[in-house]
Each structure stands twice: as C-alpha cells, then as structure tokens.
Design a protein around this ligand. Sequence first.
Ligand code: UDP
Length: 320
Amino acid sequence: MHKVLVAGGAGFIGANLCERLLQENCIVYCIDNLITGDRANVDLLKSYKEFSFIEHDITRPFSLADFHIESVDAIYHLASPASPNKNSQYSYMNYPIETLLVNSFGSHVLLTIAKEHHAAFLYASSSEVYGDPTVSPQKEDYTGNVSSVSVRSVYDEGKRFGEAITMAYVRKHNVDARIVRIFNTYGPRMRSDDGRVISNLISQALQGKPLTIFGSGKQTRSFCYVSDLVGGLVLALEKDMTKGSVVNVGNPDERTIGELAILIKNMTKSKSDIVYEALPEDDPKTRKPDIAKAKKLLDWEPSITLEEGLQKTIEYFKNR
Ligand code: UDP
C-alpha cells in the first residue's frame, strides 16, 4: 500500500486527488495551511480511515517525524493559491508573497523530504508558465511570454521557480521528480466564490444574477474536467520514464469565453443577462494545451466532454 503526502490536499484539485488515491487504497497524508484550501473538503475526506490531515504551512521547514509519519513513497505538491481574480478573497493577488514562497521555498522544503525518503515527487505547475502565449497550441518546449513584474507574475514566476528547483533536485540529487503543467480545470469541490470563470458563471446563472464576461469574450481557454486531470496526475507520478519530464495535462477542446457563457446560460436554463466587464490586467488571449506528450508518455487523454463536465458541475453547485 502506498503512503502519499499531498501538499495542498484541501484545495479543489488536491481534494479530488486525495479521494482518488484513497479509493486506490493509498494511505494519504494531506498537508495544507487552509489559506485558500477548504476545511469542508477535509471534513469529507475524513470519512476515509486511511486519511490524515495536517494543518501546516509548508514554507515552515518540517520533517515527517514532526507529524509522526515514518516515511512516504510519493509526494504531490499542489499547495498554492491559484485564482487570478482579485475580487475573490481566495485569489493569489491577495496572497502575493505567500504564493511566491509556497512555490519556491515550499518546493525546496518538500523536495528535501522527497530526497531524504527516496519518494517520487510531482510538482503541479501551470499553463501560466506560458504567460500570454504567442503560439498555439502550447507545447512543453515553448518557453513562454511572461512578465516578471506584472500582477500575475507572483503566480507565473512562482511556478517557473518551482519548475526550476524541481529540475535542480533531479539533476543535483537524482530525486525521482516530474512536472505537470495543469491547464484550466473545473468540477466538483471548486469554491463557488473562487472567482474563476466556470464557478462564477454557474453560480451567477443559478442565482439569477447577470453572467459576467471580462473583456470581449473572444479570449479562449480549454477546460479539463477534474477527474480527467487527476487521472493524468496519478499516471505522471506512477509511470516509468517520467522522471525529469515536463508534461502538459489538460483538455485541448478550446472555446471562447463568450461561447462558454452561452453554453452555461443554456444548460442552466437561466434567464440572466450577459454583461461585459473590464478585462483584468495581463489576461492571456489564448490557451490550449498540446497533449501529444501526455498521450505518448502517460497513455492519457481526457474523456469527459465540456458539456458532460459542466452538467456534473452544475448539479454539484445546485446541491451545495
Ligand atoms: N472571466 C470572465 N468572467 C468571470 C471570470 C473570468 O470572463 O466571471 C475570464 C477571465 O478574464 C479569463 C477567463 O475567463 O479570460 C478565464 O479566467 P479564470 O479566472 O477562470 O482563469 P485563467 O485562465 O485566467 O487563469
């Protein structure tokens, strides 16, 4: 039975990952400081006997022994605020220093533990390392178009540093680590008020409020349902030959935000108006993963269509 540490396990993707691992009979230690993670996710996971929760900030150095854990076989690093919408209390814009530190020093802390315990390590990076891409779709070897000083830089550069230190531990200390670049992901356990486009539009539609499109709505994103994404993360950690690799995991089905708003309005049978608001600073114009590498290396591709995933997500938000 695998013993797994999930940093950021109380967050949206982290909690879905913890549940998948518990269903696969792993022993799961979730570590999270709950600044943007959700205690409700932890409370649900507590129904699994093999789940433990540690409330701790990984930028404060720790050892497994501090929490009476003998060893782990695998570490997933998903700990980071992740929403760019500054109007949400959970946005990384409200935690700029924490975001930089958890992806830099926090990664160092976790990588030292991976080294000590010979644990496999996965760093959850982001399509944000590509910034506002000048090529589409984005392949792993595209080095990006990122500002080091813009408002989004705390997240983008944090993730870029996280990637760099992960590779340094592979090269210098032979740690069995890999990097996954996660593209826009949605589904159950998202916070309804995290400010992301899908959670916003569904919540607005269900509450009869206007659906907000930022900018013209012509910008594109490619949305991956969370169960598909989590499957990709697990394969990336477990498959042979991924050590030292960088892999995009996302759904290449690219849509404009305008299209997405109409789809959600129709699927929820909402009578709400669609309103246009200012485009946030540095909002990328396009985003679409090239997943050829994930298909080859992980034998993975997403299976849930946007329409199916939105249906499940709408049901989840209705029943909250
Ligand atoms: N967006 C929008 N309405 C909202 C929230 C977001 O039009 O209520 C836009 C946002 O400006 C961006 C896209 O939707 O162009 C995706 O935003 P999100 O915050 O979900 O993630 P991002 O891909 O920007 O990290």
